[in-house]
Design a protein around this ligand. Sequence first.
Ligand SMILES: *Cc1c(COP(=O)(O)O)cnc(C)c1O
Length: 368
Amino acid sequence: MGGVAPPIFPSSLFVFEKLDDLHSAMADHPFGPPHHYSRVSNPTLAYAEDKIAAIEGSEKCILTGSGQGAITTAMIANVQAGSHVVTLDTIYGPARVFLSEYMARFGVTTTYVTGLDTDELLDAVKPETTLIYLESPSSLLFRLQDVRKIASFAKEKGIVTAIDNTYNTPLHMNPISMGIDIVVHSATKYLAGHSDITAGAVCGSRERLESMTRYELNLLGTILHPFSAWLLNRGLRTLNLRLARHESTANLIAGWIATRPEVERVHHVSLPCFPQRELYLQMMSGSGGLFSFEPKTQDPQKIKRFVDSLELFQRGVSWGGFESLAVALQQQPLDYSEPKWLVRLFCGLEEPDDLMRDLQPAWPRLSD
Ligand SMILES: *Cc1c(COP(=O)(O)O)cnc(C)c1O
């Protein structure tokens, strides 16, 4: 009908002239078309799925109700009782809890490594390892893994690899082209980009995702709603513009913070002083708006006062939308002898000068 914006198909089901056609849709077309039931596939989701698969360089993409739904879908699809998983101690928190507290109930064990040293990760692999789950850069500390090396080792051993690519988006890294089997995204963040939906994406081969559609998506009921898929589709149209702005603002602000006397170190992949700079340049074509820093003072009261005094940086979890965000968390990765407080900042789309003016009067709170 000529509309430049795609329609929303909120329909939960799709009807057929003949019973045979319905049977064939159910048996032979897991992704549709023809679509038959929106717990399995839906045309509004297909618009966004095709776009994400195209930019991620994967055969297929399926959308879930949240990034966590994409993560659990990818994990459950690749373990059974007795399976072993190798992952990082600094992956997204709920992904770690899912493995350590939830999958453990079903006889799945997990080994955590720092991921900083490829041999350390490969040494953790056992005969019963079925899945290596990566996140590069990892949450809060932004540690990278040598994705190509790990993927090629896993292929030789017949171990499935999956990676959380939320930080990079398909614009800054394409893990499928590096040999990874499954890429998951929290589309809640940059892909949708407006802090108005939760959504997740799983990318991979047609065969793998067909199985996930028949089993995990259909049986666990984790699919995205069409209204949310429509907003995701709208957000995707400006992804490149938004990401470039988040990146340039964060580079400016992280570079400035790295010179502050109140700051011990900044964890930001694109800073020249980032310890894994070579891997960064090798694997990624850019960074983004998210980074963290370790204040010299580890007094929680001072750190809280610093975060509480900000106005444009609002206190909240998540990231990837318009608004700048700040949060302070205590972390103790495997290789730290004691927990450390980190301040994580997300640089939104506000004017960079305004964000600097917001931070400027807050610094004395870290030294007072
Ligand atoms: C937010 C986030 C997730 C989880 O996504 P939701 O959409 O909140 O479920 C997973 N991985 C990373 C890196 C995230 O930042």
